[in-house]
Design a protein around this ligand. Sequence first.
Ligand SMILES: Nc1ncnc2c1ncn2[C@@H]1O[C@H](COP(=O)(O)OP(=O)(O)OP(=O)(O)O)[C@@H](O)[C@H]1O
Ligand SMILES: Cc1cn([C@H]2C[C@H](O)[C@@H](COP(=O)(O)O)O2)c(=O)[nH]c1=O
Length: 207
Amino acid sequence: MSGLFISLEGGEGVGKSTQTARLAAALQARGLHVAVTREPGGSEGAEAIRGLLMQGEVTRWSPHAEALLFAAARADHVEKRIRPALEAGQWVLCDRYLDSTRAYQGGQGIDDAAILALHAFGSKGLLPDRTLLLTLPQGAGEERALVRDRGVADRFGARGPEFHAEVTAAFERIADAEAGRVRRVDATGTPEAVTARLMDALADLLP
Ligand SMILES: Nc1ncnc2c1ncn2[C@@H]1O[C@H](COP(=O)(O)OP(=O)(O)OP(=O)(O)O)[C@@H](O)[C@H]1O
Ligand SMILES: Cc1cn([C@H]2C[C@H](O)[C@@H](COP(=O)(O)O)O2)c(=O)[nH]c1=O
């Protein structure tokens, strides 16, 4: 039996980690077996690459090098963690996945076709069954993240508002182009309200 693969996407601080945990609990309460994971990371090798990607100066990696590192981390994560969980019949909830590369590295000029080619090579093109795109008014997520991180941003959070606006626009383009896979979910309001919307966006997949 094969499980289902769900990714949660969106810009900085929109509530993906909060909602990944809440959604897992809601699905478990329905008797489903759920594996929770995240990117970059999720396997031993990918977590090591995460350290390289998240620390240091904004200019530590070029956009091309970054795209390769994310693809390498994802290849390990898919092989060691995601595919085995799916093959064991689990629902895999992943906090960020391929669409984050398309939005963040795409937003720095890396061609979408090149990112998809790397994904085809590294991860045999594995796509989520459903992607939940959390949306907030521009800037609201970055503000939440700034409060959470007490003003100390990582290599990506430290970039300016224009960059984050481009990331949001890229996610929107993906959602428009791949409406069968990607569902937008309003991330305003209480965590409880957002989880209820996420469950609605999965209703057609639930047993
Ligand atoms: N519905 C909500 N209302 C208000 N605050 C929230 C809500 N959901 C999450 N938060 C808070 O906003 C901050 C960012 O949430 P979270 O870490 O889940 O976002 P994220 O999308 O995973 O962030 P990142 O993009 O940095 O990984 C946290 O401090 C969290 O407690
Ligand atoms: C998967 C992925 C992530 N990023 C960026 C987006 C975020 O700023 C960080 C991850 O931080 P988080 O707090 O764990 O969300 O990495 C990216 O640029 N490209 C990617 O493929």
